[in-house]
Write a protein that binds this ligand. Sequence first.
Ligand SMILES: Nc1nc2c(ncn2[C@@H]2O[C@H](COP(=O)(O)OP(=O)(O)O)[C@@H](O)[C@H]2O)c(=O)[nH]1
Ligand SMILES: [Mg+2]
Length: 314
Amino acid sequence: MELLQRFLKGDKPAIARVITKIENGTDPKLLEEIFPHTGNAYFIGITGPPGAGKSSLVNAIVPKLLENNKKVGIIAVDPTSPFSGGALLGDRIRMNDLALNENVFIRSMATRGSLGGLASKTKDIALVLDAAGFDYVLIETVGVGQIELDIAQVCDTTVVVLVPESGDAIQAMKAGILEVADILVVNKGDRSGADRLILEMKFAFELRDEKINWQIPILKTVAIENQGIEKLASTVKFHKEYLERSGEIEIERKNKLVLRVNELIEEKIKTHLHNYIIDQKQLKKMIDKAYERKITPHYITDEIVKKMFLKKEV
Ligand SMILES: Nc1nc2c(ncn2[C@@H]2O[C@H](COP(=O)(O)OP(=O)(O)O)[C@@H](O)[C@H]2O)c(=O)[nH]1
Ligand SMILES: [Mg+2]
């Protein structure tokens, strides 16, 4: 059977092969072929600082999402440990039980060093899982900056996980969190300071007036003891129903497509620029002139960009 046919039937080895091809960019037509089969999965992002218990929460919540014969795809993105890969290994071991379930597929996005393009690749792989027939696609990302905001861009529901000991990190993350969180989870509720953090977060959320129709729920969990998981799962489902009922899901998904297109345009321009546009010899000549203060860097930029738009093929 053709790879694509096996893939669309949900055959795991076929899914893995399609993902690899997309990841390596070896088959540019492939995404086009699978795209018509996407749009059915519900994307859930789980983000937060390293060690907050995101993987533990994923482990705990997946069985709830599998109820009623649903299928769940998981993407674990951890760019924080390029050397040891320790976190990923840990995730793999703990997620082993899940991986054996025929309705679950897990993919770790290992990044050895380079962060560039990771979020973008992850989004395409989420589409692959969508096309493969998973009802839910869970994306676990470590909240270390731009990347989690980036991935939240494709998620219908973003769950931000905090822990009592996050301390200063919380302050730093607050602005970002306020932007992306649909649901806030305070995990490690068995540790002291959990209730205080919940109060703090409630206060922080009261101060804002965006997303006014959706009051961001703040939940307490103890992932390793399965506490609060039922409530978390039902809150995710409730958010899904809310988006569907209000029609917001269509608006949000269209907004997300706009953001995605903008992002891809930027990516394309960047590669194009580096690969073809800049004639290094000519650039060197212009730099010499700029060094002599005969032309400005702005002038050089304009010249290069003008050329870029004259070229038709990308
Ligand atoms: N005490 C306590 N420990 C937890 C809880 N959830 C996770 N952990 C532990 O915290 C550590 C990091 O968990 P992990 O799920 O890998 O965090 P991640 O880096 O956010 O994916 C592990 O040793 C977990 O066993 C919790 O609710 N309470
Ligand atoms: Mg993890």
